[in-house]
Design a protein around this ligand. Structure first.
Ligand SMILES: [Fe+2]
Length: 424
């Protein structure tokens, strides 16, 4: 006899997911606020001019300690000094930006009478800066409050106000945070990440300067690139795929696979770095237009729980989730993955859809193996399964995934991700 309660819940979830998908397809492409994009070697030096044109007089530069220690921030602050502009620097952003980071940056912003923001770094610094921007226009709402607006869903629209002028300058090529309308914040008190989403949080400008990424270590280059691949892949096969997003997704995956070897083996090659930066930006556009799928809820929780880099989790989890999709919906998912694989010059154009889709998944596994990304996450503990599952259900709810996994299936996937069946 079927479990009526479980069937009803699954039915409601499916209806809600379809509704969200339709809303996403219709609304997202037109909701994305315009953004000025500056590209090219040395373009980080344009910060003073861009700020002045937009009535910014004193920025806070938001970055992390590692980047500050190697002096990469000077690409921006030297230009500000030369232009005679004063500024403040917050360089305490952690690898997974915390509530405390944003509150500290906000206190500094206020104390220094800043009126604009420059985010410099990877996704963490850019996410921290975006939430800081929202915090500035919501002085009575703490960073923690912003994550609670819609309660358990933890997807919020807290701002709806024009944020201070914000420029995002990525120094990695993966998250696409310079382009997106969302930011992920860690609440260390409960080992959880939550997402704050609001179109108004999209930075008004982004600068893609390939010179900033030339010192990025090989492994960081690989895990950030595979993150961008995942943004495009999840969007492409999800229910919110649309004709505009597809252009970004296909182009980004093709450029990443075409340039990753050069960027890793010849790290100062500006052409390859620029291609990866642009691909990551397109991946951000994919997130804006098509959202994501199960890969990200798994990786957000696992990354937060065991303090692991996002892209390292993505490299392991993505092929396993794609395999699971293929098992359950081979025709639907296979067709989309095959199309993406062919468009990105990864899959054999003459292969069947199923074969071409599997070639695409194998290409991701080959990427992991080639660049040293562990295909499994042995840190996952059985006693944490329930907690991980709860987080995945909550985060995944609004995502238009091609498949809905049951609790038992999520537990089994966690065992696969942990490597329980490796070599069997
Ligand atoms: Fe990601």
């Amino acid at each position: 006899m079927p479990d009526i309660k479980k069937t009803a819940i699954t039915g409601v979830t499916k209806v809600a997911k379809v509704a969200v998908s339709v809303a996403t397809i219709v609304a997202l492409p037109v909701m994305i606020p315009a953004q000025d994009l500056y590209q090219g070697a040395g373009s980080a030096g344009k910060v003073p001019d861009i700020l002045k044109r937009n009535r910014g007089t004193k920025p806070i530069v938001v970055t992390d300690q590692g980047l500050f220690n190697i002096g990469l921030h000077k690409k921006v602050t030297d230009a500000l000094d030369a232009a005679g502009m004063s500024y403040a620097i917050y360089h305490g952003v952690e690898p997974n930006p915390s509530i405390e980071n944003i509150e500290e940056a906000y206190a500094l912003y206020k104390a220094e009478n800043c009126d604009c923001i420059v985010a410099l770094g990877g996704g963490s610094s850019m996410d921290a800066a975006k939430v800081l921007a929202g915090r500035v226009v919501n002085p009575n709402k703490t960073t923690k409050d912003m994550g609670k607006l819609l309660g358990y869903m933890q997807v919020t629209l807290p701002h709806f106000k024009r944020i201070p002028y914000t420029i995002a300058i990525p120094t990695t090529a993966g998250t696409g945070a310079e382009s997106t309308m969302a930011a992920v914040v860690s609440d260390h008190s409960i080992d959880k990440k939550y997402t704050i989403t609001d179109p108004m949080m999209r930075p008004q400008a982004a600068i893609l300067d390939p010179e900033l990424a030339t010192g990025l270590p090989k492994f960081q280059t690989a895990i950030t690139a595979i993150d961008a691949v995942s943004h495009c892949t999840e969007g492409y096969i999800g229910g919110a795929s649309n004709f505009r997003a597809v252009e970004y997704q296909e182009r980004a995956v093709r450029d990443i696979f075409a340039n990753i070897d050069t960027a890793i083996n010849d790290p100062t090659n500006l052409e390859a770095r620029a291609a990866l930066s642009q691909a990551a930006y397109f991946g951000g556009q994919s997130l804006n237009m098509s959202a994501t799928g199960y890969v990200h809820p798994f990786c957000h929780k696992i990354g937060a729980k065991y303090n692991l880099p996002h892209g390292r989790c993505i490299g392991a989890v993505m092929p396993i989730i794609l395999d699971a999709y293929m098992e359950r919906k081979p025709d639907k998912v296979g067709k989309r993955l095959a199309k993406l694989g062919r468009a990105a010059n990864i899959s054999d154009p003459n292969a069947s859809d199923i074969d071409a889709a599997n070639q695409y998944i194998q290409a991701i596994r080959d990427f992991d193996a080639k660049y040293g990304i562990d295909p499994y996450i042995p840190e996952i503990k059985e006693e944490d399964f329930e907690e991980i599952y709860s987080s995945i259900v909550v985060e995944n709810f609004p995502y238009p995934t091609p498949v809905i996994f049951t609790k038992e299936e999520v537990f089994e996937l966690l065992r696969v991700i942990r490597g329980d069946y490796a070599g069997k």
